[in-house]
Design a protein around this ligand. Structure first.
Ligand SMILES: Nc1nc2c(ncn2[C@@H]2O[C@H](COP(=O)(O)OP(=O)(O)O)[C@@H](O)[C@H]2O)c(=O)[nH]1
Ligand SMILES: [Mg+2]
Length: 454
């Protein structure tokens, strides 16, 4: 990970393939000079923020390669706060590669993955949370993910952390002043006052931390397995959730013998749905393999839909499946509500679990089921302050743990020096979040997950 930011970097910023347009981007103090060495335009200059039409010319032969529009964004009003030049030409891989080669020949260095964003970060244009949001935005698979990333890019998470951090910094400053001037007349904070302030920092962080249960699945998605005894309609519910006839449905028990998995999105969250073979003592070895796989899928799933047939009484087989679900989060799906209901719901071990009544045949209740899939993760209104990133969650947790320790030290009447150690550790977590104190190898790990040209 190069941290030298004196040189000028260049990269093709659009995917390499045939396309209408392709963009090459340069950043650094020599960007203009480098581009003007192979871009010819009548006045031979690139004014700030004015797109200029001209020709890409091979300097040695004077051959025109392509017509291009070039825009210069003068420092500091650019993405990286350096001079940035964007060359927009036809999206021909040959032209793009040749033009990039000319830029490199004229003194640019090929950018490493994420280096444009890294520069924006190093020059203070964005913080680390925002830099990561750029990557998440580019990699979003659903519109919902993109909107969450956009919020973080606009600084929503950083803004939510700032007040807690400020309170913490104030508290640290006051305690340090108390130590430095212990013999003077500086009033030292009372224990109650210190506790109030620690609590207030914590109160600012806890709501963020609690969004992670949901935030995590926004980014990483969920694996959901449908289980139940044969013929209750697992495959039918699976198809309904997918909105396509993917799994084979028949009236014969034991039809689904292998796992059928499909990735889809439900309410903007990536979901991997796994339809399984009905769990029962199998009639033949092939079915047995299917049942074994069902049990494995059950172990791997984040969420389980336990499908039962509402038109039939509770059976021993249902009870067997239920025992396998002990200690697992799962949702009851009572299927076939279009038929006369025979299921005595008292036999279900429902307790606090959600129950969805659906008919895979008519589609009734399916929309409710879709929303219920995420119920236990705490569905959120809007996207503000959503923690979606494991790194962020760990750092907020680190800060919360340190605050807890400082409170304990306070309770056992430790000297303020000890309390300060905990508070500093909390502050370190919060500073690393936005990147003020992030060590270099962490930066390397984060930015190397970007693609080149970003
Ligand atoms: N009436 C009715 N029949 C259903 C419903 N869901 C599934 N079935 C029927 O139940 C049988 C078994 O369905 P299937 O999805 O293969 O069950 P699986 O073995 O649990 O995967 C098929 O004949 C389906 O048409 C439903 O909601 N209502
Ligand atoms: Mg099936």
């Amino acid at each position: 990970m190069p941290t030298l930011i004196e040189d000028t970097i260049a990269a093709i910023s659009t995917p390499l393939g045939k396309s209408g347009l392709g963009v090459i981007r340069l950043s650094g103090r020599d960007s203009r000079r480098i581009v003007l060495s192979f871009f010819s335009t009548p006045r031979n200059r690139l004014p700030d923020r004015v797109p200029v039409l001209g020709n890409l010319v091979e300097p040695s032969t004077r051959d025109v390669l392509d017509q291009a529009v070039v825009t210069c964004f003068e420092a500091p009003r650019s993405f990286t706060r350096e001079d940035v030049v964007e060359i927009s030409c036809h999206g021909s891989p040959v032209i793009l590669k040749t033009a990039l080669g000319l830029a490199l020949a004229a003194g640019a260095r090929l950018a490493s993955p994420g280096e444009f964003t890294l520069r924006a970060f190093l020059r203070g244009r964005i913080d680390l949370v925002q830099a990561e949001a750029i990557r998440d935005l580019i990699e979003a698979q659903t519109l919902y993910q993109a909107k969450v990333a956009q919020q973080q890019l606009s600084g929503s998470l950083s803004r939510k952390v700032t007040p807690a951090k400020q309170t913490l910094v104030e508290l640290i400053a006051l305690l340090e002043a108390g130590i430095d001037f212990a013999d003077d007349d500086v009033s030292v904070l009372s224990e109650a006052e210190i506790r109030t302030r620690i609590n207030s920092v914590e109160a600012g962080l806890l709501p963020l931390q609690s969004t992670f249960a949901f935030g995590k699945i926004v980014n990483a998605g969920l694996t959901i397995a449908l289980v139940g005894r044969p013929n209750v309609g697992k495959s039918s519910v699976f198809n309904r959730l997918l909105r396509e006839e993917r799994a084979i449905v028949t009236e014969f028990p034991g039809t689904t013998r292998d796992l059928v998995a499909e990735t889809t999105q439900v309410e903007g969250i990536p979901v991997r749905l796994v339809d399984t073979a009905g769990i029962r003592a199998a009639r033949d070895p092939v079915e047995q393999l299917g049942v074994d796989r069902s049990v494995e899928a059950l172990a791997d799933a984040d969420q389980v839909l336990f499908v039962v047939d509402g038109s039939q009484p509770w059976t021993r087989l249902d009870a067997e499946v239920q025992t396998r679900l002990e200690g697992r989060t799962h949702l009851f799906v009572i299927n076939k509500i279009d038929l006369e209901q025979q299921l005595d719901e008292k036999s279900l071990d429902i307790r606090s679990k959600a129950v969805c009544r659906v008919s895979a045949r008519t589609g009734e209740g399916i929309e409710y089921l879709r929303r219920a899939l995420f119920m236990e993760y705490g569905q959120l209104e809007g996207y503000e302050g959503l923690v979606t990133n494991v790194r962020h969650e760990r750092l907020i947790q680190q800060a919360l743990n340190a605050l807890e320790m400082s409170r304990n030290s306070l309770k056992s009447s430790m000297p303020h020096e000890v309390i300060l150690l905990d508070l500093h550790s909390a502050l370190k977590g919060l500073s690393a979040l936005t990147g003020e104190t992030t060590v270099e190898d962490v930066l390397g790990t984060i930015f190397s997950t970007f693609c080149i040209g970003k």
